[in-house]
Design a protein around this ligand. Structure first.
Ligand code: C5P
Length: 305
């Protein structure tokens, strides 16, 4: 695509959701964040963000959950465009359209995904020539999960989750996601974690070697045994009905189940595609979730399409 073409038609970036196969949470830091050992896996549920020239910064959103997406300058996609424009002295005269398929406020980094996608789309639209490192730096300023949305695949996030080391995966993992009615606020879930763990001596978070081995081997049964999420108790405390969703998926044949990130989406690891469809149908029929989706991992990070 030539630069002129890009300017006329806009640039579209496809970006995946994520699930945390391990989310180890340490004590709250003086800056209010928590140190994490966060093993991210990008999954094949996607948003698409299109950046096109406009008179001023505007955002629109389409998709089943579009009504829940804020269209002001607090949206991470808008913040990404503003951050890039400011850094390069560019007028942020861009229209961003988000075609949303990732659950909103679901613990699958949908907002972060839109931030990473908007950054990449604006970067291509404006031909800034920013390096990958610069883009990752802006992502980290936007939010703890945004850098991972840019790189995708599988990675260990340390610090508050923004310092990434790629992790090897040895095959394709099949997942089912049960979508809940309404979202959960990430800060509220971390606050509940603090309340539940008050007075306990939390270990320094670290990636579990058995989990990294399971990812590298591509063995879903081994991965299922090592799935863990330190925010799960907090999410269940705020949303007790999620226990029934987890039980419904496990009862239908999932190898392992956990709350995705800060929830309320629940994630079910299954051995193959036919089990994925069976578990998704059982979850939907159980009445314990709004709907169920199947997806594969790992998925590529934000990509211009
Ligand atoms: O980084 P991000 O903006 O996504 O974080 C949202 C909120 O989640 C933070 O304001 C904080 O309350 C909580 N958080 C945390 N520790 C992290 C990441 C997020 O406490 N490592």
């Amino acid at each position: 695509m030539t630069r002129a073409d890009t300017g006329t038609r806009g640039v579209t970036v496809r970006v995946p959701a994520k699930v945390n196969v391990q989310l180890a949470v340490g004590a709250a830091r003086p800056d209010g964040f928590h140190d994490l050992a966060n093993v991210f896996l990008a999954v094949g549920l996607y948003d698409e963000v299109t950046a096109a020239p406009a008179d001023e910064l505007t955002i629109t959103c389409s998709g089943p959950d579009a009504a829940q997406v804020p269209l002001d300058r607090g949206n991470l996609a808008a913040r990404a465009a503003l951050a890039l424009a400011e850094r390069y002295g560019i007028e942020p005269a861009v229209h961003l359209h988000i075609a949303k398929d990732i659950p909103v406020a679901g613990g699958m980094a949908g907002g972060s995904a839109d931030g990473a996608a908007a950054l990449l789309a604006c970067d291509a639209l404006w031909s800034t020539g920013a390096s990958r490192e610069e883009l990752l730096e802006i992502c980290a300023e936007l939010g703890s999960d945004v850098p991972f949305s840019l790189i995708g695949g599988a990675a260990l996030g340390t610090g508050r989750g923004e310092l990434l080391t790629p992790v090897a995966t040895g095959g394709t993992f099949h997942w089912v996601f049960a979508l809940a009615d309404g979202g959960l606020s990430t800060p509220v879930v971390f606050g509940e974690f603090d309340r539940l763990t008050a007075g306990t001596d939390l270990p320094v978070p670290a990636a579990a070697p058995a989990l990294l081995d399971a990812l590298a081997s591509g063995d879903p049964a081994a991965l299922a045994k090592t799935l863990s999420n330190d925010l799960q108790a907090a999410a269940l405390s705020l949303r007790p009905s999620l226990a029934a969703t987890l039980a419904a998926g496990t009862g239908a044949g999932a190898l392992g189940a956990l709350v995705s990130g800060s929830g309320p989406t629940t994630a079910f690891l299954v051995p193959d595609e036919s089990t994925a469809h069976r578990v998704a149908a059982a979850l939907t029929a159980s009445g314990t979730c709004r709907t169920a989706r199947t997806a594969l991992s790992p998925a590529a990070g934000a990509t211009v399409v």
